[in-house]
Write a protein that binds this ligand. Structure first.
Ligand code: KIV
Ligand code: ZN
Length: 388
């Protein structure tokens, strides 16, 4: 049987850390409901101790969502953890996610703590969080720039205290797929109790490798949870894009051999909702959810698609929630695609000679205009009729 890959969505927490993407409580509830329709396994609803607004949003989401586990982030201290637990009280399934930085740079310059102090604080935090729930996640922040020996000590200790998920954070997007995946693999091999926890990947996109790093963490490192956001929203250059992970694992099941609980047909509605609420437009060529992700402009491709969609489509637009794929008529389009659009518009030209004449006019127009819309074709054909 294939393993399950847990999808942990952090659009409402790390996604909101994207400058300009802050959301109101009601907007967060709308997104949480859509994430539940999408059937994500875990929704990180916010960072309870960060602000009263975050606390209230987590509380409301906990009371509303039934099917996904609700999670709050907290630093590794009692106050944050207690606040997270309070916000999560009404949740049917709750997770506390606590973190502390483990890289030499962060410990020395940011935390001003010794490695031993960090280790002790991580242990105390997980022990305290376990008083509220048996679902506790621990993240070594800046994990990918941390020293292996120290990471092993910290992770072994927090698993002993009852951490059930270990999230290997590539906080600044420094990872390279093979290195990141191997680091994770080596941690799992070296830590004696590593099989007592589920391993997770959390990657940022500073070098454009968040999705590749996450997938390497899964395939090389054995992670079984991916942390991601809708549209790849997130701090700086963003986080791993949920839609890309889900469709890669689904489309290449032959390679990944992992099961997902996700309803992929809810991906595009989720993308549009997040874009509309945050005001962050999705780039047209964005994988899966971009307006051009299933649009075909070249004549050769259009001809192939009209004969068999698999020729130039590895996924179906309809499977991810688009109403259909799109043949974009323009100067590269061929006669077949043009004729097909005439049929779709209910235009019946009397003879092949008329189709040829209309097609010639279409080509002339297409040289002047980058995309030909249905209205253009209707005008072009009525000009044709008037000319006859
Ligand atoms: O990027 C990061 O390190 C985080 C942690 C809090 C998991 O978002
Ligand atoms: Zn992050």
């Amino acid at each position: 049987m294939a393993d399950k890959l847990i999808i942990f969505d952090t659009t409402l927490r790390d996604g909101e850390q994207s400058p300009g993407a802050s959301m109101t409580k009601d907007e967060k509830i709308r997104i949480a409901k859509q994430l539940e329709r999408l059937k994500v396994d875990v929704i990180e609803a916010g960072f309870a101790a960060a602000s009263p607004g975050d606390f209230e949003a987590i509380k409301a989401i906990s009371a509303t969502i039934k099917d996904s586990t609700i999670c709050s982030l907290s630093r590794a201290n009692d106050r944050d953890i207690a606040r997270a637990a309070e916000a999560l009280q009404a949740a049917q399934r709750k997770r506390i996610h606590t973190f502390i930085a483990t890289s030499p740079l962060h410990m020395e310059k940011k935390l001003r703590m010794s490695p031993d102090q960090v280790l002790e604080q991580a242990i105390q935090a997980v022990r305290y969080a376990r008083q509220f729930t048996d679902d506790v996640e621990f993240s070594p922040e800046d994990g990918s720039r941390s020293e292996m020996d120290f990471l092993c000590r910290v992770i072994e200790a927090v698993i002993k205290e009852g951490a059930t998920t270990i999230n290997f954070a590539d906080t600044v997007g420094y990872g390279v797929p093979e290195l990141y995946g191997n680091m994770l693999k080596s941690l799992r091999e070296r830590i004696p109790n590593s099989d007592k926890a589920i391993w997770s990947v959390h990657c940022h996109n500073d070098l454009g490798m968040a999705v590749a790093n996450s997938l390497a963490g899964v395939m090389i490192g054995g992670a079984r949870q991916v942390e991601c956001t809708i549209n790849g929203l997130g701090e700086r250059a963003g986080n791993t894009a949920l839609e890309e992970i889900v469709m890669a694992v689904r489309t290449r099941k032959d390679y990944f051999n992992l099961d997902l609980g996700i309803d992929a047909s809810q991906i595009v509605p989720a993308s549009k909702l997040v874009s509309q609420i945050t005001g962050f437009a999705v780039q047209p060529n964005k994988a899966v959810v971009g307006a051009n992700a299933f649009a075909h402009a070249s004549g050769i491709h259009q001809d192939g698609i009209l004969k068999a969609r698999d020729t130039y489509e590895i996924m179906r637009a309809e499977d991810v929630g688009w109403s259909a794929n799109k043949i974009v008529l323009g100067k590269l389009s061929g006669r077949n695609a043009f004729k097909q659009r005439l049929e779709e518009l209910g235009i019946e030209l009397e003879s092949e000679a008329e189709v040829n004449a209309a097609f010639a006019r279409f080509k002339e127009l297409a040289d002047r205009k980058s995309e030909i819309f249905d209205e253009d074709i209707l005008a072009l054909v009525s000009d044709e009729e008037h000319a006859n």
